[in-house]
Design a protein around this ligand. Structure first.
Ligand code: IMP
Length: 434
């Protein structure tokens, strides 16, 4: 049994899309377990660039069946647009995409609720993606949500969606543009187009595993954006850590055999909230430019900073990581020296773990260790032995700080700009021999 979860270890945007795309040929099913179209996975194949928001990156391989699990929130209009977009690029999803009948829908008023809530928070706003993610999960927890399974009963769907709209209108007033009734009519039309994809995916996944098929569980966002384990309240509204893969798909923990953490060779974050290793100077801008650190969904510039070992170690723990995929190593190629945060200095002394409360981040200062830069291109290197000595030393130091092997190193955005470390877990999972 080889079912793995692929999870972001930092604040998202670690490059999960590329790694899932690489591993997908060795798996029969790729399943998303949380989040919605707030995620943006960019996959570059030759001169074609795919930005996937909801559909798992496995869709780019003909052999993989893709699942949107019950933990995902689905904006029917956004998903129909994405399916159409994939069609124009020659990627057919019919018969290869399954949506859980238990997944909750994002409805038009969720965007209005989010916009107003963010405006009200003022300086304390989370800096969300404005896709209606949080309000959809709030209605789910409040037991008022509308689920994808309702699409199979159009009369019930219409009743439930319009009732939810009327309830929102009673609270927000009817003048919010997202509450216009025409918007709901076109939403209901889009929703009907998803009917052929809806089924009980928890049964499907468990039956598949019984039959010896392999499942890759694809996380969105990252550990520090997890609702429970992240930098609350500057988080997303779902369980992006490995545990969420079970509640978000119905595949039990006893059937998940490994966890791969995707980790950038430095750190980025979008939106507000604590970021102890942030660089607001020229070096930060250098990482932003070279790393093309602009949101693939919102276009927002990402904040950038040094690699943060306490964050990575915490992530290794809460996700039970078996291996790491280190991405964007080539972005560091031109730096004279590279710093790594190995702990924090606080008013109460130094520590090597992250604070649980954002109020304790205020006086946190990173303790930095410095590494020599390699000042030469690593772009496209595909064998570990071809990395410059200083780059290898950096990679080995990160692995030893975090206490987890590095099984894959990404040296560029293309599929083949990748080192799969011989003898590592990723080589095994990718079917390239242990
Ligand atoms: P939401 O998920 O739209 O509610 O946004 C909550 C927080 O998560 C914000 O800081 C977003 O910038 C962040 N976020 C959501 N999705 C992603 C992602 O795919 N990558 C990075 N940050 C994300």
């Amino acid at each position: 049994m080889k079912n793995i979860v692929v999870v972001g270890t930092q604040w998202g945007d670690e490059g999960k899309g590329k790694v899932v795309d690489l591993l997908a040929p060795a798996f029969d099913i790729v399943a998303r377990y949380q989040g919605g179209h707030n995620a943006g996975h960019t996959v570059i194949i030759g001169d074609r660039k795919f930005i996937l928001r909801l559909v798992p990156s496995g869709i780019l391989h003909d052999s993989a069946v893709c699942v949107l699990g019950n933990g995902v929130v689905v904006d029917a209009q956004a998903l129909v647009e994405e399916i159409e977009g994939l069609g124009t690029l020659g990627v057919e999803v019919d018969g290869r995409l399954r949506i859980s009948n238990r997944a909750h829908l994002i409805l038009p008023h969720h965007r209005a609720v989010e916009r107003i809530s963010e405006e009200r928070r003022g300086e304390d706003r989370v800096g969300t993606t404005m896709r209606g993610i949080g309000p959809s999960y709030e209605e789910k927890s409040g037991r008022r949500g509308v689920r994808a399974g309702d699409i199979l009963n159009p009369a019930e769907l219409r009743r439930a969606v319009l009732a939810a709209r009327d309830e929102a209108a009673a609270t927000l007033g009817t003048t919010e543009p997202e509450l216009a009734i025409e918007g709901y009519e076109s939403y209901l039309e889009s929703a009907q187009r998803l009917a052929p994809f809806i089924s009980d995916t928890a049964c499907f996944l468990n039956d598949a595993v019984d039959a010896g098929q392999r499942v890759l569980l694809e996380g969105a966002q990252g550990t520090m954006l997890d609702l429970d384990h992240g930098s609350y309240p500057f988080v997303t509204s779902s369980s992006s850590t490995a545990g969420g893969a079970c509640t978000g798909t119905g595949l039990p923990p006893t059937r998940v055999t490994g966890a791969l953490g995707i980790i950038k060779a430095y750190t980025t974050r979008v939106g507000a909230g604590p970021f102890p290793t942030e660089l607001t100077d020229e070096r930060g801008r250098h990482l932003q430019d070279r790393g093309q650190e602009f949101g693939s969904v919102t276009g927002r510039p990402r904040r950038t900073g040094w690699f943060d070992v306490p964050v990575a170690r915490y992530s290794a723990r809460v996700n039970g990581l078996s291996s790491l995929a280190l991405t964007k190593l080539d972005v560091l190629d031109e730096l004279d020296s590279i710093s790594v945060c190995v702990g924090y200095r606080t008013a109460a002394g130094s520590c090597s773990t992250i604070p649980s409360s954002i109020h304790d981040y205020g006086d946190v200062e990173p303790i930095l260790e410095s590494f020599d830069g390699w000042k030469q291109s690593t772009r496209g290197i595909s064998r570990l032995e071809d990395l410059p000595a200083a780059a290898r030393a950096y990679v080995e130091a990160l692995s030893s700080y975090v206490g987890v092997e590095i099984g894959l190193i990404s040296t560029g955005p293309e599929r083949d700009e990748t080192i799969v470390v011989a003898g590592g877990r990723v080589a095994d999972w990718a079917g390239r021999g242990a």
